[in-house]
Structures are given as structure tokens and as C-alpha cells.
Design a protein around this ligand. Structure first.
Ligand code: GAF
Length: 398
């Protein structure tokens, strides 16, 4: 991390002048609760120790000057009046935040910003939410904006929905901004109330296995799933007008109305209703420190995502099938929107080396491709980087 921070500082000094704030904005894992956020249900993600780092300062103009270290590109945008979308994709993650801040009644002026990170891109670890939350947090600090935590997450989510054009739910932005070191965050995606559950055991590692698959399909199919859930709700409302979303549907009620629903819509709804329940049960498991039951629910979640919600793919299924047979794996499932990206695995510390070599070997054998493996620690949410994390020559203004 120190190396990354140093690189961002040095790029800031190459492109801009003066003091700046340094912000660390983390990626996330999701332990359980997939495709439940936009159904107003529950999720159990955690922020991790892979982040986007930003150096940011106010520049006394009405221009946003932003530099992406991975792309080695500088972008300038006039923000004196209505914010215009860029025809490049990456600046829109930042400009969308400025646009949403203004729409929520918060005034910000021009700024200089350099950012880069070590969150694997496109792997389902929410590098985009980390970037949105990071620039939002930095601007709120620079312009003394007092924005409540839930509204921060809503602003970042809306930036992605409206400026980037991805109809994501609120989970990623919320946990990236509000995560806590050593804890998973249970979020009620309707009320936006949240609770922390300790998730720190020296004997268990969080390991992500990256298929390397990045599919365009993900975004269009994501929207199809959303509308299938809405379709289900609109039919079920005919039998109970109090239902506002799948969050309000009990499994028995759904089963009783199976024949009223289109067959595919029924399966989508069934997965969401069951997954929602699994999150609550998984939180009970954590309360009881019952990691075996927790892990079993992860496998059940994957089975539902594979057969009922149909957002998995051969590569993800192969990784879960492999992990299932390896000793010392408590649980494994695909993570995030699906159609590629990573599986999340909870692995016994003492079996870690064996796990890594078995998965690598068997994945190569089954699919003829290499799997990338990342180990994650549960970390804190978006924050100003402390002086102790910074190299001595820093010109930070924190
Ligand atoms: C993506 C979205 F961005 C989240 O909001 C969530 O819906 C997730 O897919 C599926 O659980 O990461």
C-alpha cells in the first residue's frame, strides 16, 4: 500500500501543485446476499485491503482536472454549469459524483485529482464504487460538506446509475464508504440501517479465485434480472397489495402462487426470497461463531445463483466444484453480479497452501486457463490516509 500511495503522491506532484488530501477508498467482498440489494433486501459485504488511492485538492477554478495513473491520461472538465458526460468512460465515475452532489444541493468548485489503485478491475470487487466513494469523500472534506452516511452512499450509487449508466444497487457504494476493519456489514437495503458483525479469525482466510472472465453480457443480463424481479412483484401484488418488493415476500406465499407466475420469473423470485433469508441466517451463524453452517449457506447461495437466478458461468461453477472437494474449505460461491469475475472462498489457514495449489492445478486441467488468486483482509471504509501511512516528503494538508 505504501508503494501505491507514493506513486499517487509523485504523480500528483508531476501534474499539479500545492497541498492535497490523500484518500483511501476500498474495494469489497460480499460474503452472502447476492442480487438482494435492488430487491430492498439484506446483504453482508465487507470492505477489504485492496483500494483506490486518491490525491485531491481544491484548485480555485471551475475546472475538474483528473489524472488516471493506470491509463496515464489527464482529463479536464468545465464544471461551471451543467456537468457534461465524457465520451471516455473513466472520467464519468468522478464527474457523475460532482453532478449528483449538486443535485443533492451540495456546492463544490474545481479540483485537481490523481487516482490509482490495486483493486483488480472487472473482477467483481467494486473498483468503480471505490472510485466514486473516494472522490465523494475527498470533495466532502475539501468543501466542508456534512453529508450523512446513507446519503453519501446514495449519491455515489446515483452517480453510477445516471452518469455511468449501470443500474447497480446500493451495496457496493455503501460498504466501501462505511466498512469497518475486522467486521462484515449487514445492510438493510430498504431502511439503510446497518449493523457490524465481527469477521476476524486468524484461522480463516478470505481467498478470491478470479476466472479472468469479463463479460459484456453482465450489464444487460443484470437489467433483465432486475425487471424479472419487478415483474414478479407486480403479479404478487394482485394477491397482497402490501408487497412493495421481493423483500416482503415469504417463501410459502411465493410457492402458493407459483402457477400465477411465468416459470422463469418464479425461479428468479424464489432465489431472491431464499437468498434474503440466508443472509439473516448467516448473521445468526456469525453470532454463534458457527462458520461451518455459514459456509454451507455460501454453497447454497451459489447453487441458487447457478440454477435459479442463472447468473453464473462454466468457469465460476468449475471453481466452486473444485473448492467443494478440497479439505479445509468452509464455503465458496460466485461473488457479485455474475457471468465472470471471482469466487469467494473461506479457507482454513492451515490448508491455504494446499488450496492454492489444488485450485490452480485443477482449474488449468479443466479449463486450460490459469486462475488468479488473491487473499483479502477485512478493512475499514473510505478514510483520509493517516500520516503514518505516508512517505516523509508528502505535502498533504490533512
Ligand atoms: C453488482 C451490483 F453493483 C450490486 O449493487 C449488486 O446488485 C451485485 O451486483 C449483486 O449482488 O455488484
Amino acid at each position: 500500500m505504501k508503494q501505491l500511495i507514493k506513486e499517487i503522491q509523485s504523480e500528483f506532484q508531476n501534474h499539479f501543485t500545492g497541498n492535497y488530501l490523500l484518500v483511501n477508498s476500498p474495494g469489497r467482498v460480499n460474503l452472502i446476499g447476492e442480487h438482494t440489494d435492488y430487491n430492498e433486501g439484506f446483504v453482508l459485504p465487507a470492505a477489504v485491503d485492496k483500494s483506490i488511492v486518491l490525491a485531491i485538492s481544491a484548485n480555485d477554478t471551475q475546472t475538474a482536472r483528473i489524472y488516471a495513473t493506470d491509463k496515464e491520461q489527464l482529463y479536464k472538465a468545465d464544471i461551471s454549469s451543467e456537468i457534461k458526460k465524457s465520451d471516455k468512460e473513466w472520467p464519468n465515475y468522478l464527474l457523475g459524483v460532482v453532478d449528483q452532489l449538486r443535485k443533492h444541493g451540495y456546492e463544490v468548485g474545481g479540483f485537481d485529482c490523481v487516482f490509482g489503485g490495486n483493486v483488480p478491475i472487472g473482477a467483481g470487487m467494486s473498483s468503480s464504487a471505490a472510485l466514486e466513494g473516494g472522490v465523494l469523500f475527498g470533495l466532502a472534506q475539501l468543501y466542508d460538506l456534512e453529508i450523512p452516511p446513507a446519503e453519501m452512499a446514495q449519491i455515489a450509487q446515483k452517480a453510477e446509475n445516471e452518469f455511468v449508466g449501470v443500474q447497480c444497487g446500493i451495496m457496493d457504494q455503501f460498504v466501501s464508504l462505511n466498512g469497518k476493519e475486522g467486521y462484515a456489514l449487514k445492510l438493510d437495503c430498504r431502511s439503510l440501517e446497518y449493523e457490524f458483525y465481527p469477521f476476524k479469525r486468524d484461522d480463516i482466510r478470505i481467498v478470491l479465485c478470479d476466472t479472468g472472465v469479463r463479460r459484456e453480457l453482465a450489464s444487460s443480463e443484470y437489467n433483465v434480472r432486475r425487471s424479472q424481479c419487478e415483474k414478479g412483484v407486480s403479479v404478487l401484488q394482485n394477491f397482497d397489495p402490501d408487497i412493495q418488493s421481493l423483500r416482503d415476500v415469504e417463501l410459502e406465499f411465493l410457492l402458493a402462487h407459483e402457477s400465477d407466475l411465468d416459470e422463469t420469473v418464479f425461479r428468479r423470485c424464489k432465489f431472491v426470497v431464499e437468498e434474503n433469508k440466508r443472509v439473516l441466517q448467516a448473521c445468526n451463524d456469525l453470532d454463534k461463531n458457527d462458520i461451518l453452517s455459514f459456509g454451507q449457506r455460501m454453497y447454497q447461495s451459489h447453487a441458487g445463483l447457478r440454477y435459479e437466478y442463472e447468473v453464473s458461468c462454466d468457469e465460476l461453477d468449475a471453481l466452486v466444484d473444485i473448492a467443494w472437494k478440497i479439505e479445509g474449505v468452509f464455503g465458496c460461491r460466485m461473488m457479485g453480479g455474475g457471468f465472470g469475475g471471482c469466487t469467494i472462498n473461506l479457507v482454513k489457514e492451515q490448508n491455504l497452501d494446499h488450496f492454492i495449489s489444488e485450485v490452480s492445478e485443477q482449474y488449468l486441467e479443466k479449463l486450460g486457463q490459469k486462475v488468479k488468486i488473491y487473499q483479502m483482509k477485512v478493512a475499514g471504509g473510505t478514510h483520509l490516509i493517516h500520516n503514518s501511512e505516508v512517505s516523509i516528503n508528502a505535502q498533504t494538508s490533512s
